[in-house]
Design a protein around this ligand. Sequence first.
Ligand code: NAP
Length: 301
Amino acid sequence: MYDLVIIGGGAAGLTAAVYAARAGLDFVILEQDGWGGGQITSAHTVENYPGLPNISGADLGEAIKSHAVSLGAKIVFAIVDEVRNCADYKEILLHSGDSVRAKTVIAATGASPRKLGVDGEKTLLGRGVSYCAVCDGAFFEGKDVFVIGGGDTAVEDALYLSSICKSVTLVHRRDVFRAPKTRVELLREKDNVNIICNATLNKITGEERVDGADIQTADGNRHMAASAVFIAVGSEPATAYLSGLPLDFDNGYVVAGEDCKTAVGGIFAAGDIRKKQLRQLVTAVADGANAVAGVTDYLKD
Ligand code: NAP
């Protein structure tokens, strides 16, 4: 029986590990990709993490992970199917058929890319359709590509791709961007970037590989050739494995306060899966620390 099982090895989970190690807890991190680092590892650059004005997401993810591991954190490859709240412990059921017991759980499984659900999105995934510009952008060097979305991710992806690809067409469903004005302006200044507002992606075309997309604008539907479509329309929380618990959810996000306490004693929600105002790296790491404070309090009782 562990004191604590941390589910998810992203920024929130790894920060929780740093704090749990320093608090002398017996704990393990369960991570489904076996490697850890989380969503931040797909960010090209991170410019808003205090003290590190220009670091790659991969380097920052790796640094947080190394910090946790250097303090003794153990990251175990495991897919969690369910968490059960038993009388004296929590039971974590794994996809492998095994289970793990712990006095407390920090759920820090983050979020995964939102899908558009258009034709071609699923069938051409990995063959021109991508949710990660940093991971896949280099495959499209010198090519024409689309980016879909109007948030930070879409604009940062478009900026990154504009330095690699022949042209980038950003398609956004409104004419107001969630991304900061300064970054949108920077994008507008790029010679090889075309921004189409008030438009939606209707269909991704291609047989073996992406060869274009149908874009719906006020003037009608038009087909444009391209080699790749990078979809950056936000993310959805990975909370399905918690659905059997009497937790409160809001649009799939776990309702928990800044202290990360959920409606079930001993179960904490940290990082992007928690309902909150601002989902950023800094708020994820803050959650990791707060959740462990909650865990140590709970274990005292
Ligand atoms: P986001 O802020 O939720 O933006 C999603 C974008 O996709 C919005 O422009 C949205 O349009 C659009 N969208 C959503 N569903 C759509 C659909 N079905 N069809 C077409 N468009 C759709 O997501 P994000 O950009 O991934 O950012 C997530 C969080 O991470 C944010 O808090 C962001 O600030 C943070 N982040 C920060 C950085 C950074 O600071 N460097 C980098 C990446 C992400 P509408 O605007 O019309 O809703």
